[in-house]
Design a protein around this ligand. Structure first.
Ligand code: SAM
Length: 271
């Protein structure tokens, strides 16, 4: 039943979008899963995997779980606060699934994603939104502490996250704000899909998603009235004529890693 929760509805949706992407006959689609966590996304891809999927995360225990799936072409431990250490135009698809809210520098990371995309490549950003971002951000941070989830997010990543005990700020976007930030990268927003409604901030009420009627009603309402949704997926495309990183050179992060000519520290699963 759990797999049917709306919480997971974006995963098969993303898998379908990837299947629809075309690459030259001799090439394989190259995908970066930013903040891959335990690798939930790869569960939804066809097997054998027709793409080369790379994952990046802060926490070794998350990466170990991802590696156990034996589907990633490479996994990298990195703190997104420092940027994303891959060369320009390395990927056809970059997926940012529920990660921007934990970062102090979401705009910079979006700019980084844009830099990493090949011309014609696609960025998929799945993120919560809220009309009351400050209140909801505080509630989320509080619930993270109650549910002892500190070790799945960066701890106070503005400081030294390894020794810090304070969960980092959780920043919610207003509906429009996230789209604005994606637009600011210079990518062309092609589609926005809304998934869930009001209740998903309250865990006990998520139980309602066990009921088919509730899921159907939520899906229909979220699609009809996306401004009421609490989770959206943005599909944005890099122009085929875009120069590498044209929109991102102000980020500062880019200049820091512009000397990188090959992906760093790529680690094959279980090696
Ligand atoms: C809510 S989980 C999302 C996981 C996965 N993308 C998904 O959709 O299931 C957020 C992930 O971001 C990672 N993360 C948080 N802050 C990070 C940072 N500063 N650098 C790299 N990864 C980070 C966490 O370790 C966690 O795996």
């Amino acid at each position: 039943m759990g797999e049917q929760l709306l919480k997971f509805a974006h995963f098969p949706h993303i898998a379908r979008l990837l299947s629809a992407e075309t690459v030259p006959a001799h090439a394989r689609l190259s995908v970066l899963d930013v903040g891959c966590g335990p690798g939930t996304l790869v569960n939804y891809y066809p097997v054998p995997l027709p793409y080369d999927v790379y994952g990046l995360d802060l926490w070794p225990h998350q990466l170990r779980q991802a590696a156990a799936k034996r589907l990633y072409a490479g996994l990298l431990q990195a703190n997104l606060v420092d940027g994303i250490p891959f060369r320009n135009e390395s990927f056809d698809i970059v997926v940012c699934g529920e990660i921007l809210l934990y970062l102090p520098n979401p705009r910079q990371i979006l700019a980084e994603c844009c830099r990493l995309l090949r011309p014609g490549g696609m960025l998929l950003v799945y993120n919560p939104i809220s009309r009351f971002p400050k209140i909801i951000g505080k509630l989320k941070k509080w619930s993270r502490m109650v549910y002892q989830e500190k070790s799945t997010i960066a701890l106070d990543c503005q400081r030294d996250w390894k020794i810090s005990t304070r969960p980092c700020r959780v920043t919610y976007y207003k509906p429009g704000g996230l789209i604005e930030d994606v637009n600011a990268t210079g990518l062309r927003v092609e589609n926005i899909t809304a998934f869930r409604l009001l209740l998903n901030r309250i865990r006990a009420l998520n139980k309602l998603e066990d009921y088919r009627w509730y899921r159907r009603a939520s899906e229909l309402i979220a699609r009809r009235y996306p401004h009421l949704a609490t989770d959206i997926l943005i599909e944005a495309r890099k122009d085929t004529s875009t120069q590498a990183g044209a929109a991102v050179h102000e980020s500062g992060i880019v200049s820091k890693i512009s000397g990188v000519s090959e992906p760093l520290n790529l680690r094959r699963p279980n090696t």
